[in-house]
Design a protein around this ligand. Structure first.
Ligand code: SF4
Ligand code: SF4
Length: 178
């Protein structure tokens, strides 16, 4: 049977724990005064990046739109005189986006990227519809070196056949005959 002394000891031990917490530094982080830095791989607001030459990376291939499970990406493709494709307009409805990152995985040009910026709260749902001018940034995001047109075999003035990165010289078919 528990004695009165045991009860006092249990009570004292409980108070000792409470008392020890009185002198600890609080660990509460007061948002929004303090914004915890998030890892670069965090998935929140989406941007459209540029290649190191400053050109738009997006070639309007529709892959991100096709893979998006909630159909919140739409665009219209256009082509410049030199054959380089781009999006005439590009739209993301952040009210529907679930930040799954599949669009970034599917993108062949590293154009579309998710960022750690999670502060997307708006009073009106329509304010969460971002147009191309809201999405396009002036930097390369997570992939500072990648330049799709220096790998792709499209003659857009960036490089000639055989001059793209990792590309072999064109084969002279006549030399194969002899
Ligand atoms: S993160 Fe997912 S839901 Fe959001 S736009 Fe990309 S594919 Fe769609
Ligand atoms: S963002 Fe990427 S996947 Fe989407 S249309 Fe542009 S190039 Fe294609």
């Amino acid at each position: 049977m528990e004695s009165a002394w045991d009860a006092v000891k249990a009570l004292a031990s409980g108070f000792a724990t409470t008392f020890s917490h009185l002198f600890r530094k609080p660990i509460t982080e007061e948002y929004p005064e303090y914004k915890r830095p998030l890892p670069a791989r965090s998935r929140a607001r989406i941007i459209l990046t540029r290649d190191p030459d400053g050109g738009e990376r997006c070639v309007a291939c529709y892959l991100c739109s096709a893979v998006c499970p909630v159909n919140c990406i739409s665009m219209e493709a256009a082509e410049r005189g030199d054959g380089r494709r781009h999006a005439a307009w590009f739209r993301i409805h952040f009210g529907r986006c679930i930040y799954c990152g599949l669009c970034e995985e599917a993108c062949p040009t590293a154009a579309i990227q998710l960022t750690p910026d999670y502060e997307l709260c708006k009073r009106s749902i329509l304010d969460l519809v971002y147009e191309k001018e809201d999405l396009l940034v002036d930097h390369q995001g997570k992939d500072p070196e990648y330049n799709f047109y220096k790998y792709a075999g499209v003659a857009t003035g960036v490089a000639d056949k055989g001059e793209h990165i990792n590309e072999e010289e064109p084969v002279n078919i006549r030399s194969n005959i002899t």
